[in-house]
Design a protein around this ligand. Sequence first.
Ligand code: HAM
Length: 415
Amino acid sequence: MINSLRGFRDLLPPESDLFARIEAAAREVFGLYGYQELRIPTIEKKELFVKSTGDTTDIVEKEMYAFTDGGGREVAVRPEGTPGMVRAFIEHNLGQTGRNAKFFYVGNMFRAERPQAGRYREFTQIDAEYIGNPSPAADAETISMLLALLNKLGVEGCSVELNSLGCGDCRKNYREILLGYLRGRAERLCEPCRGRIERNPLRALDCKIDGPWLAGEAPKLQLCPDCAAHFADTQRLLGAAGVPYNVNLNLVRGLDYYSRTVFEVRSTLLGSQDAVAGGGRYDDLVKSMGGPAAPAIGWGMGVDRLAMLLKDKPAPDNAPKTFVIAASKEAGDRAFALMTALRAAGISSDFSNFTASMRSQMRSADKSGATFALIIGEDELKAGTAAIKPLKAPGDQTPVPFADAPAQIKKLLQG
Ligand code: HAM
């Protein structure tokens, strides 16, 4: 017996149904906001992630599944989708189509993190990216779209944490101030933070060990007037869209490309892995990856975590509506044709084994959760009928001609 790897899991029903429902709801919402789907590769050149996600981030430094392939190429299995999406945007000139560059993708991501509840090494994200609009209205729209999706799914108990990381200039000044502060307290920092403060002091704010005490004590980022106005406008528009949020000056996010608005949706019902979704602006990334100057904003939502929040909600009934039973091989042939006709009429149908005893087939029908059994015994076969028997309510068997069965079942299901 070979088991699955730690942190990699099978998605079984009903959780797999829940994933499909979440994805269907997302597709509907994306349609309302003018988003189109992009499907990007699972494996990219390693340097794509090193340059965009950032070489001092935990994701790239510790968690990436990177390897040299048989042809000597340095590749990585995607830990997140934004770099691949930006690459595709540049590679295919997606800014030139005449339509808003609003894209979504659904896919599995891979991070070699320590597995725990809500944290897996392979997980599914639904992501939205809007490239080319610097306006605060794009920020507010993107965040309110995320909330519209969560509301549509009936997710409760979530809060939106919001912050602005300012532009490159704001962060350049802040970097110096923070670096001075951290140098003076190097002995209090954890080993990895001490090693990287010179390269990326802001990362210490996101560190799981040092972040909490730094949040209380370290100097705060001061926004330049433009960034402050952008942040104020974003908040005003979020208010206009009826989105509740908390400004959280300690929110820095663990990826390097963010500028200005960053946000996270958290749930108190999730324990330590409480982020359901996270995102922000990345105004400089497209240009830095060799594309046009194109400000952008997006988010990624963890479907596994969302499924945890929704698992106790009543699921729609996906049991077959009909279960077909036959008394003999010959009756089985008719039953098979009948099932085909039922499905063609849009009525779900299932069966067990037409050569098993009628009793055993009846037991399977009951277990399936079907609403009606359609029985073809020897008498029915001779008469050219099927007997309809209600399974969820008391009622007698009613014979109907084969050809009328789908229409009759439809009527009964509607009634
Ligand atoms: P992220 O915050 O790294 O952002 O991931 C987004 C979401 O993916 C998280 O909020 C969480 O729900 C889920 N997630 C992350 N890691 C795991 C894991 N190990 N197991 C289960 N779920 C997980 C990004 O990935 C950015 N690309 C989002 C973005 C798009 N920013 C701009 N555009």
